[in-house]
Design a protein around this ligand. Structure first.
Ligand code: ARG
Length: 245
């Protein structure tokens, strides 16, 4: 009887559904989103990476981080390819149907990036215009649901802003922090105020209460002891320096 139970567990491990104790904690992200995650040479760094590294430490596990398209981040935790999805992911009701979210670690939102020779005035003005977004994001949802039209999808906020500079789109919608980084040093581009309010949290496969508890504890601790604020300041500065180069 025992042997059968063991065989079942071993089979489950092979398909990645049950996590092995000795396995590192696997984070999945999309690293074009400074200061939350971006590339320092070949290395993925940023606030989200720091958060997940602390979760791994708390669980006594090693740590690994992988970079995929934003569309594939949440599917990776659902399939068991990764344990934690941390990518400046906004908590939404739709996503909650498929994954569990930690407590939020940041409250932020999306903004409109515009060219000063085509100033942005109100969301009304966006209707019928070509709007660039990073695919799979809440900015895409905003264009689909609030404006009732198809956006121009890019693989990163920076690529969307490059399309704006080249005149291929009229406006870009993106999360404020990567948007700020994108317009750094671009004297002809500017940002609107927030057009939404959004909370970022870490997403995991449903039904992993211990992992969720470790993430929630981590977030409470790093907020309380100032580590989160310190990472936000440090990684914002580093991403801005990389933009200057
Ligand atoms: N907050 C937005 C969302 O959840 C955008 C996140 C994009 N993150 C990234 N790492 N590219 O849809």
């Amino acid at each position: 009887m025992k042997r059968i139970a063991f065989a079942v567990i071993a089979a489950a491990c092979a398909c990645g559904c049950v996590q092995n104790e000795d396995e590192p904690l696997k984070m999945i992200t999309e690293a074009t989103f400074p200061p939350y995650e971006f590339m320092r040479g070949q290395e993925i760094v940023g606030i989200d990476v720091e958060i997940c590294r602390v979760v791994a430490q708390k669980l006594g596990k090693g740590f690994k981080c992988e970079n995929v398209d934003f569309d594939s981040v949440i599917p990776a935790v659902i399939s068991g390819k990764a344990d934690v999805a941390a990518a400046g992911i906004t908590v939404t009701d739709d996503r909650k149907k498929n994954v569990d979210f930690s407590i939020p670690y940041v409250t932020t939102g999306i903004v409109v990036v515009y060219s000063k020779n085509n100033p942005y005035t109100s969301t009304e003005q966006l209707k019928g215009k070509r709007i660039g977004v990073q695919g799979g994001t809440t900015s895409e949802n905003y264009v689909l649901e609030q404006l009732g039209q198809e956006p121009e999808r890019s693989r990163s906020p920076a690529e969307a802003v490059a399309a704006l500079k080249a005149g291929r789109v009229d406006f870009v919608i993106a999360d404020i922090d990567p948007a700020k980084n994108c317009i750094k040093g671009e004297s002809d581009l500017s940002l609107s105020d927030f057009i939404t309010s959004e909370d970022y949290a870490v997403a995991i496969r449903k039904g992993r209460p211990e992992l969720l508890k470790a993430i929630d504890e981590t977030i409470s601790e790093i907020k309380a002891d100032g580590r989160l604020a310190k990472w936000i300041a440090e990684y914002t500065a580093e991403a801005d320096r990389l933009k200057d180069k």
